[in-house]
Design a protein around this ligand. Structure first.
Ligand code: ADP
Length: 417
């Protein structure tokens, strides 16, 4: 089955065409700065990246360019759009409506629209892209895969904020989490690597990219995660502050006369690694500055690692121990320094990193010592593959239901005849 995955951001559209027969990515690409004067379409058909500056007024235009490249004569990976069996859309917020991936119909579209309030930068462009798909590729089944779905299993004690309860009942203000598709993928993959069933394991999964979150996965079920109503909560990130005393917000606003929008911008775009180091939001650049003796860069790394360590400790307690800690995404997969720093001193909990294995660079790997009670693992995340697999499962079920229904119709006809 060939599945097109689409991931719409506020001014971007990322995509992959995956052949699930063997998991090959036939093409991957990204339209950037959609709607701007310098929009660009980058894509890779397996022969290196190509870049085309092309005007795109909106996500509809972007999708049209993508489909043109997919079916380009001679070089496109498919001849005809009908060669696409199904489409999977990454949807940032499914609110409390969706606890799993879902075939898109009008009712699902309405619910995604309602959730736009919770993901104002992402759900509206995703809706735009879904509608464009319906117009440009009618009849091809579309599936919504929600970032929040994996965390719909959280118990109320983990997702209710201790505010007046009406804010939850009247305005749905609660913890939703994010990065669910990535946490779900690495949790399953970790189980496969260990040779156990995910339903037999307690896992702490650490997705450390520009955005970063940790999840506690108890016997296959997510029971807590660090991101909250929005992706600002939890860990310190590239430009986001993560958890701080909530009173700091009103304190700064009052003291400096900032509006809520200004405060939002400070916490989301000017904090985290960038805010503390003053150097960059990119961990590599901060590591380099720290090596060169920049004290604020050193402090930023200390803080970053400390946040991770604290949450690992919390989730160790929540789960009553752990069978494995999994690292993924840009920092988690690549920074041996950060992995070592956030795990330092956890040996009494049975978490023992192997310094040599930690320096190995590529692929999925176990980097704990053999005597470590808790396995420490690095697993490259693959949200697109997870999306495509969800799509395949749902579309297979749909086809089976259609075949059964057709069979039933035949039977009725035969009876009537
Ligand atoms: P996004 O959340 O945008 O998908 P990524 O998962 O690509 O982000 O992660 C980006 C982060 O990963 C950046 O902070 C970058 O510095 C970090 N990173 C990537 N490679 C390395 C490396 N070799 N060493 C340290 N950090 C790295």
């Amino acid at each position: 089955m060939k599945v097109l995955t689409l991931n719409a951001g506020s001014s971007s559209l990322k995509y992959q065409l995956i052949d699930l027969a063997d998991g090959t990515v036939l093409i991957r690409g990204l339209c950037e700065r959609v709607g701007g004067p310098d929009a660009v379409h980058k894509f890779d058909r397996g022969l290196g990246e190509l870049k085309r500056a092309e005007p795109m007024r909106d996500h509809h235009d972007a999708l049209q360019l993508v489909l043109a490249v997919l079916t380009e004569a001679e070089r496109g990976p498919i001849r005809d759009l009908a060669d696409i069996d199904a489409i999977g859309h990454r949807i940032v917020s499914g609110g409390e409506f969706f606890s799993e991936s879902t075939l898109i119909d009008d009712d699902v579209l309405d619910k995604i629209a309602v959730c736009s309030e919770l993901a104002p930068l992402h759900n509206p462009p995703a809706l735009h892209v879904i509608r464009a798909c319906r117009e440009l590729m009618p009849g091809i089944p579309e599936v919504a895969v929600f970032d929040t779905a994996f965390f719909q299993t959280l118990p109320p004690r983990a997702y209710v904020y201790p505010l007046p309860y009406e804010y939850y009942t009247d305005y749905q203000i609660r913890k939703y989490g994010a990065h669910g598709t990535s946490h779900r993928y690495v949790a399953r993959h970790a189980a496969k690597m260990i040779g156990a069933d995910v339903y037999d394991l307690r896992l702490i999964t650490c997705h450390l990219g520009n955005g970063a979150s940790i999840a506690a996965v108890d016997h296959g079920v997510a029971v807590d995660t660090t991101m909250g109503l929005t992706p600002l909560d939890g860990l310190m990130m590239g430009t986001r502050c993560g958890t701080i005393d909530p009173a700091v917000v009103t304190h700064i606003q009052t003291r400096l006369g900032y509006t809520p929008e200004q405060m939002n911008e400070i916490m989301n775009k000017r904090s985290g690694l960038l805010g503390v180091s003053g150097v960059s939001s990119d961990l590599r650049a901060v590591e380099e500055a720290a090596l060169a003796g920049n004290e604020r860069a050193v402090l930023a790394l200390e803080l970053y690692a400390y946040f991770i360590k604290r949450y690992i400790g919390q989730y160790f307690a929540v789960l009553g121990g752990a069978d494995a800690i999994v690292f993924t995404a840009g920092v988690g997969e690549n920074s041996e320094y950060m992995r070592e720093k956030c795990l330092a001193g956890l040996e009494p909990l049975g978490i023992v990193l192997d310094a040599r294995r930690n320096r190995l660079r590529t692929g999925e790997r176990i980097i704990s010592e053999d005597r470590s009670r808790v396995k420490i693992m690095v697993i490259p995340t693959n949200e697109e593959l997870m999306i495509a697999r969800d799509v395949e499962k749902i579309v297979d079920e749909l086809r089976l239901a259609e075949v059964l229904a057709a069979g039933a119709d035949d039977e009725v006809e035969q009876t009537l005849v």
